[in-house]
Design a protein around this ligand. Structure first.
Ligand SMILES: Cc1cc2nc3c(=O)[nH]c(=O)nc-3n(C[C@H](O)[C@H](O)[C@H](O)COP(=O)(O)OP(=O)(O)OC[C@H]3O[C@@H](n4cnc5c(N)ncnc54)[C@H](O)[C@@H]3O)c2cc1C
Length: 413
């Protein structure tokens, strides 16, 4: 069995950022990665996807975007190349094509089994990702066999879809992007929208991500919010990263011809029922967007920025049909495909340590897992609002590396 002080599972941005900080603290470690560096960006995303965070915001510890388009949005090959370069820049000790199949505690350290031999370590960092599997509601099992049922992890481009209508369930970043692309391919899309977060791509001439950065919204810590469990489940922003910097909200989709309906409420005998709450959900999303814009305006005024940027303005409220569709009959063959853009979750099926709560969620406080010397990275709102984003992993890794180092010193004392 090979021995090392720390093992990091996963070589995405989270694992690489942690590796950088452990190296700076002279902690010997290895990253075990089932594929190649940036495997999730290489293998698990659709073809046309671009980051929805601007290039300048792909900041990693000791590394930042150096290209000539800081306000652009990277394609998948570009983010893969960027993370590859970061791994080389930090000389990260990555063992590629090495799948972790089990992690066990033996009373003093962790036995980490892989498909290429076993390891032993005193501390372990789970950087295996927050989006390993698509979260699909139970109701999906009721979809008639004649209809194709897909997750965003299986979707690559409209060309793989049968001709005919498509029902996209979920109107967060993934759902709105897929709905737009598929509608433009000539298929009629119905988009089922439950709770969603509406934001404009740009406001007062600046990217919304720039505003969220300068106003400190992304740096809010997990111990500063009233209800962290709720905060960790807020849907992703309705955003797309495109060269024309367009806003992709329900109004934009409506203008493309996408039919917007409420959240899926039931599915019986091939008939999908939609909730009648669409109007309320849209009104709530508009209200929250306007609150965010109020906050931005107040910040711009208080910092004296007002003279240098476009004046404040508000966006048209979401247009909602007074008579929205409440039922779709899948047996009439108009819809050929259903795509479940209903979120993602981590997969810890290989983690044989009792660190899960009744709902199967990892028990941790700001990334410090409820097991000796075990840490996690990259989960939504883990230590800060941006913990699951590229820009957020640096601060988290630094703080957790400090904690990990202190725990090793304590154990040695
Ligand atoms: C569709 C989509 C779009 C996104 N867009 C953005 C964006 O624009 N900007 C942004 O900042 N964030 C974005 N994110 C969020 C986040 O940046 C990504 O999810 C990112 O991939 C997370 O990085 P990570 O290192 O935490 O996890 P991952 O990139 O998932 O890396 C985890 C690594 O662990 C490996 N692994 C998993 N299990 C094992 C195992 N058992 N053994 C060995 N290796 C294992 C995987 O192969 C993978 O390489 C997006 C997420 C999704 C799903």
């Amino acid at each position: 069995m090979k021995r090392v002080t720390n093992i990091i599972i996963g070589a995405g941005q989270s694992g690489l950022a942690m590796s950088h900080h452990l190296a700076r603290r002279s902690i010997d470690h290895v990253l075990l990665e089932r594929g190649a560096v940036a495997n999730s960006w290489r293998k698990e995303r659709w073809d046309s996807l671009r980051l929805l965070t601007p290039n300048w915001q792909s900041r990693l510890p000791g590394f930042q975007y150096q290209g000539d388009d800081p306000d652009g949005y990277m394609t998948m090959p570009e983010i893969v190349a960027y993370l590859d370069l970061y791994a080389r820049h930090t000389a990260a000790p990555v063992e590629t094509n090495t799948t972790v199949t089990s992690v066990r505690w033996d009373g003093q350290g962790y036995i980490v089994e892989t498909d290429r031999g076993d390891w032993y370590c005193r501390t372990v960092v789970l950087a295996s990702g927050a989006c390993n599997v698509a979260s699909v509601p139970r109701i999906a099992e009721e979809i008639p066999a004649s209809i194709n049922s897909l997750t965003p992890m299986q979707y690559r481009n409209p060309g793989q879809l049968e001709e005919g209508g498509v029902l996209v369930v979920g109107a967060s970043a993934t759902g709105v992007q897929l709905a737009s692309e598929i509608q433009k391919s000539g298929r009629q899309v119905t988009l089922s929208a439950g709770e969603h977060v509406r934001v404009p791509r740009t406001y007062r001439g600046r990217d919304i991500k720039w505003w969220m950065d300068v106003t400190g919204i992304l740096d809010v810590r997990y111990d500063e919010v009233d209800d962290i469990a709720r905060a960790r489940h807020v849907p992703s922003l309705q955003l797309v990263g495109s060269p024309d910097r367009k806003t992709l909200d329900l109004n934009a989709l409506d203008a493309l011809g996408v039919q917007i309906v409420g959240r899926v409420a039931g599915l019986h005998n091939g008939r999908v029922q939609f909730s009648g709450s669409l109007g309320n959900q849209c009104a709530l999303a508009d209200l929250k967007m306007n609150r965010l814009l109020d906050h931005i305006d107040a910040w711009a005024k208080s910092t004296g920025l007002n003279g240098e940027i476009d004046p404040p303005h508000r966006f048209e409220p979401t247009r909602v049909s007074s008579n929205p569709t409440l039922m779709l009959d899948l047996s009439d063959r108009a819809v050929k495909t259903v795509i479940w853009a209903t979120g993602y979750r981590p997969d810890y099926s290989w983690l044989n340590v009792p660190v899960f709560d009744r709902k199967g969620r990892l028990r941790h406080g700001g990334g410090i897992v409820d097991a000796p010397g075990m840490y996690v990275m990259g989960l939504p709102f883990m230590r800060r609002r941006n913990s699951s984003l590229i820009d957020g992993v640096g601060n988290d890794a630094e703080e957790l590396a400090d904690h990990l180092t202190a725990s090793l010193f304590q154990a040695a004392a």
